[in-house]
Design a binder for this molecule. Sequence first.
Ligand code: GLN
Length: 396
Amino acid sequence: MLNTRDNNHSQPLTSLRVAGFTESVIREMTRLAKQHDALNLAQGFPDWNPPEVMMEAACKAIHDGVNQYAITWGSPTLRGAIAEKYRWYQQMSVDAETMVTVTCGATEAMISSLMAIIDPGDEVVVFEPFYENYGPDAILSGATPHYVTLHEPDWHFDFDQLAAAFNNHTKAIIINTPNNPTGKVFTREELMLITGLCQKWGVVAVTDEIYEHILYDGREHLSIATLPGMSEQTITINAASKTYSATGWRVGWAIAAPHLTNGIRKVHDFLTVGAAAPLQEGVTAALALPLEYYAGLAASYQDKRNFMLKVLGDTGFKCFKPFGAYYIMTDFSAFGFPDDTSFSRHLVADIGIAAVPGTSFYRDAELGKQRIRFAYAKQLPTLETAATRFSRLQRT
Ligand code: GLN
């Protein structure tokens, strides 16, 4: 294509903004997994279907004529169901009319939220390691990310380091609990410390709680929005993707006080117009599932976690035990590879297992160079096949 801007053909036609980040490594690993016919323990998605009631309700909605735009910020039935679920599950008071924006997955909820609150020059505090989208999200919204390390082996943060990350330019802090990729579940004490800093500096907590129901060993999920004073300055993000095993449906939501929701809805409307209307009806049905559904989900993930901790440990990985979400962060130094890229290429091409190189979760590449993340949202027979393949991996 001709460069019509000027005659300088060396000048890229893409923006400096997109030059500021690379393609998603997680999605790249999924493509490599397909290419090598490897088991995809890279991108976190289940290999089973959503609950039957959810699929039936979506199919029925299509046949009943729910095929045109829903209200841009979400169908009233879905917003009502979301508010009701927060009421009984989190004891959170959510007004469906003024506090809920239904989005195309949690991914869109995050970028719409940041674009709604960030001005150029604003800073966003991000814990490291982080889910890889948060870096580009900050750049796309015009914010400067300020990273605070979660320290191994238990992924705690140092309060003085966190406090030092806040200043007059800080607009938001991104929290992800239960956490991807570490499996950390933020405690009440930790969220209270974050609350104190948010209130001192007038900062918005943007909290991605997509793994809220995937918890192990009695850990409990706490939404920072429920802590004193935080309901006015928190955006709580979630989605149907992980809780109802429907990552491809792209139905998520952002919950926030009306003054924040107004901004989020404007961005969301112009970015996407709205999430798929019939799928919103499917998710409405899923939100009515009883408490036992969630208990069953967590119990089945705990079995998978325990199985994979054993397999990975026996193979020679040092595992950081997760207490929530469905990933295991590991240290692969026993295998003698110079870096995470060469090791993950060996795994996908020669062993038949795709995983995510650790550096994609770190700004400081050194920290992730001997780390790799495995996702275990897979049926037990798939994980058993993974175990057989891992037995071919040699320690040095
Ligand atoms: N959250 C999932 C992961 O970390 C999937 C990410 C994605 O590709 N949207 O693997």
